[in-house]
Design a protein around this ligand. Structure first.
Ligand SMILES: Nc1ncnc2c1ncn2[C@@H]1O[C@H](COP(=O)(O)OP(=O)(O)OP(=O)(O)O)[C@@H](O)[C@H]1O
Length: 779
């Protein structure tokens, strides 16, 4: 059945070598009761541990059912202990946090026996040792004798061939000892029982065979046996503990130290709480910022002006190292910084076409600004007078600033955007409600824009010929239907014999000209409350088509032709430079290209694609030919977004420090737990647990701790968001700023679990490496 041949087991500590087993050879029968007797330190326990596969011999061989164990790997030894061996120890070695039945089932749990079978076998074993009525107790609720019975039941439960008992009655009184010995004697009728004892009397009374040990050698053997050659096939069923079993085992253990677990989880959740709150706040702030941005910034279009600033070139200009306060007698001529970053966009027909081809799904509205002068006349109270669609007062300098602002921001314009796709909504109808009259139907229909309080610019009305004081109220009907004559350049300007031009001042006669087009104020529009595109400045607004029509009509007019050929202002006779001439030509309608283009993306998200589309145009162009656009909203978003990100990262970094601290703490706690559970590790190993299984038990424990602390952290952080939001609402009027993203919450729990498991894994590995024999000897 079992035979050891020339087994040696030496322990080397420092200089001294202890020969615990010194060339021991002995064979055991399949069924007998063997006592190993000997003085303390003679090697009895070592012999038992070697036979039981808890300790490995240095040299020699052990043969089980004819099979040599020389080639045994760790997992074979684990399986051997689990399948073939039952251990009974002097001090019982029950696992305190498990119930009696769980202790008995443990070996079977390790080998993956089904729940029902396990329970049945455990109950049978407990019945056999006479503990049927105590099955539901905890080990601590039993007497010493009863505990040893549980240990015997545990050893029996998996029905091993060999029962190894190390001084099973050593801790018991005489009467209880007798009961236990009777029980073991009974078991020896069906199994090989090897019992280590100090007590020769007990050995002689109960056992069939006495082997005496001294100094690691066999002194005598009362009933030697020579093993016949066995042909039995020796098969081992590998043990395997599932992670779930490990979890259950650890959960039971953790349950016995609730207070410590709660405190640990809370302490290690602080890092998670910190990160979760930072994330919740930054998430909420970002949502607020994004909302505000997409609401308010959507109206900031992408602007393309003929003269613009090339931001990308800021800082590009090569600053030569120039000496300060030099002694030279020369002056260096250099362009100003502004000039260096100024970029002239050559907006030509090709580019305008390119813009008009933007996917209407991305941006359906494009505004073109053409600073053109219109020759307008209106009959007021029987008298014809010149009027204009301008908001400028008679001596108003602010209008220049407003118009400069509107060309760069796209807000406060008078030309409503052109729709790229007519079938898809209508800019005016979507954003402005009609108070009176009609939405414009033709290019010659203009509208009066009023703000939320039905107020419009007084100059807009004055310039149309209405006589008003500030604060006066005008009936809708007095405005809607007003007609204005638009006069062509050729009819409006008179050529002087000198070649100069002057506006004809006989308004009545030009007014009666049949060539004139009639412009009608078709309606009064007010911006809708829901509108995110409040672009038009209060006053008269007209379509881009009207300006292009006027340009078409006037492009070949006499005054335009004359101005084109001349370097003096044909109206004033003053000499003009290129730029002034350019704006003069534009004013007279001689320039058909817009001075600026504003693209209004449909929403904040589509803007990126529009920008890509614009970038594509520039791809193969030389730097000077590129069209540079301004994206004011983008610049602002980058600023705020970047700032928010930076703040978030810094705060998370701080919170992460506490996460690392808690990770270290968990390692220490796991380490303590490993020390505390050393005995348990020994027992698990004696029952056949693999290294992996032991690691698993502790990994499972840290896993539970990680999940608990992560969940606790997220839960606390979530609860904290309520008072935080309340306070923030009181202080800033912003609602629900702190919002814990569920995805972040889950991620944090996962991070907490992974980190704590990482922190606990090293102590867990240490536990697995513990020598089973040493672990069992520990107190
Ligand atoms: N892990 C170890 N490291 C070093 N020496 C050890 C180790 N384990 C046992 N020994 C030594 O091996 C010898 C045999 O020890 P063992 O425990 O087998 O003796 P024993 O006969 O069972 O003694 P006792 O009856 O007191 O339990 C002893 O001298 C002991 O000091």
């Amino acid at each position: 059945m079992l035979e050891v041949q020339n087994i040696k087991k030496y322990y080397k500590v420092g200089e001294t070598t202890t020969k615990a087993l010194d060339d021991v050879s002995v064979a055991f029968r399949k069924q007998e009761f063997v006592a190993i007797l000997g003085p303390s330190g003679s090697g009895k326990t070592t012999m038992l541990n070697v036979i039981g596969g808890l300790d490995q011999y240095d040299s020699g061989d052990m043969i089980i059912n004819g099979k040599s164990t020389k080639t045994f790997k760790d997992r074979d030894w684990d399986a051997y202990r689990n399948n073939s061996i039952g251990f009974v120890f002097q001090n019982y070695n029950l696992i305190g946090h498990l119930g009696i039945i769980d202790n008995v089932e443990l070996g079977m749990t390790l080998s993956g026996v089904s729940k029902e079978e396990k329970r049945e076998k455990a109950e049978n074993a407990l019945t056999r040792v006479g503990l049927k009525d105590h099955m539901n107790k905890k080990p601590t609720q039993l007497s010493g004798g009863q505990m040893q019975r549980v240990a015997i039941a545990r050893a029996l439960a998996n029905d091993p061939d060999i029962l190894l008992c190390d001084e099973p009655t050593g801790a018991l009184d005489t009467e209880t000892s007798i009961q236990i010995m009777d029980l073991i004697k009974e078991l020896s009728n069906e199994k090989l029982v090897v019992m280590v004892t100090h007590n020769p009397e007990l050995a002689h009374k109960y056992t069939d065979r006495i082997i005496e040990f001294d100094d690691g050698k066999i002194l005598s053997d009362s009933n030697p046996y020579t093993e016949q050659v066995q042909t039995d096939q020796f098969n081992l069923k590998q043990t395997k503990m599932t992670f779930f079993t490990a979890l259950k085992l650890s959960f039971n253990n953790i349950r016995t130290k609730k207070g410590r677990t709660i405190l640990t989880s809370f302490a290690s959740s602080i890092g998670i709480i910190g990160i979760a709150i930072v994330l919740a706040l930054s998430n909420g702030f970002q949502i607020q910022i994004d909302q505000t941005q997409s609401e308010t910034l959507a109206q900031f279009p992408i602007t393309i002006s003929s003269v613009t600033i090339d931001r990308s070139s800021v800082g590009d200009t090569e600053e030569e190292e120039t000496e300060e306060y030099p002694d030279t007698e020369t002056v260096t001529a250099e362009q100003s910084d502004q000039e260096q970053i100024q970029h002239i966009n050559n907006i030509d027909e090709e580019y305008v076409d390119y813009i008009e081809n933007i996917d209407p799904g991305l941006s359906n509205n494009v505004g073109f600004t053409r600073s053109i002068g219109m020759n307008l006349l209106r009959e007021v109270d029987g008298e014809v007078e010149p009027v204009s669609f301008s908001n400028a007062g008679s001596n108003d300098s602010s209008s220049a600033i407003t118009s400069a602002l509107s060309t760069s921001t796209g807000i406060g314009v008078s030309t409503f955007p052109t729709q790229l796709d007519d079938s898809n909504g209508n800019f005016l109808e979507d954003n402005y409600s009609l108070l009176e009259g009609n939405y414009p139907k033709s290019p010659t229909d203009v509208v009066l824009i009023v703000d939320e309080t039905n107020t419009t610019n007084i100059h807009a009305l004055e310039n149309l010929g209405f006589e008003l004081e500030s604060g006066d109220e005008l009936n809708f009907k007095d405005i809607v239907g007003t007609t204005i004559d638009l006069v062509a350049n050729n009819d409006y300007y008179t050529e002087l014999p000198t070649g100069g031009f002057v506006p004809n001042t006989d308004y009545q006669s030009i007014f009666d000209n049949e060539n004139n087009q009639t412009i009608t104020v078709s309606g009064i529009l007010r911006v809708k409350e829901s509108s995110t595109m409040d672009l038009l400045t209060p006053g008269i607004a007209y379509s881009n088509d009207l300006t292009t029509d006027i340009i078409e009509q006037n492009q070949n007019s006499a005054i335009v032709q004359a101005q084109e050929d001349s370097d003096i202002n044909v109206m004033t006779g003053e000499p003009v430079d290129e730029t002034t001439k350019g704006s003069l030509m534009t004013y007279l309608g001689g320039e058909s290209m817009p001075s600026s283009i504003m693209i209004y993306p449909n929403n904040f998200e589509d803007k990126e694609e529009v920008l890509n589309y614009l970038d594509e145009y520039n791809e193969d162009l030389a730097e000077d030919d590129q069209i540079v656009y301004q994206d004011l909203a983008g610049t602002m978003t980058e600023l705020t977004g970047g700032l928010m990100d930076a703040i978030t990262y810094v705060l998370i970094a701080f919170a992460a420090i506490s996460l690392i601290t808690s990770m270290i703490m968990i390692s220490i706690i796991t380490y303590t737990s490993v020390i505390e559970r050393t005995k348990e590790i020994g027992v698990l190993k004696a029952l056949g647990a693999r290294k992996k299984d032991v690691t698993r038990v502790f990994d499972a424990e840290t896993c539970i701790l990680g999940v608990t602390s992560g969940t606790l952290g997220v839960l606390i952080a979530w609860l904290v968001t309520f008072p935080t939001n309340y306070v923030l609402y009181q202080v800033t009027d912003l609602e629900n700023v702190a919002q814990l993203n569920p995805l972040h919450a889950i991620l944090l729990i996962v991070i907490s679990t992974v980190l704590t498991m990482l922190g606990g894994h090293i102590p867990a590995r240490m536990a697995a490496k513990k020598d089973a024999a040493i672990a069992l000897r520990s107190e």
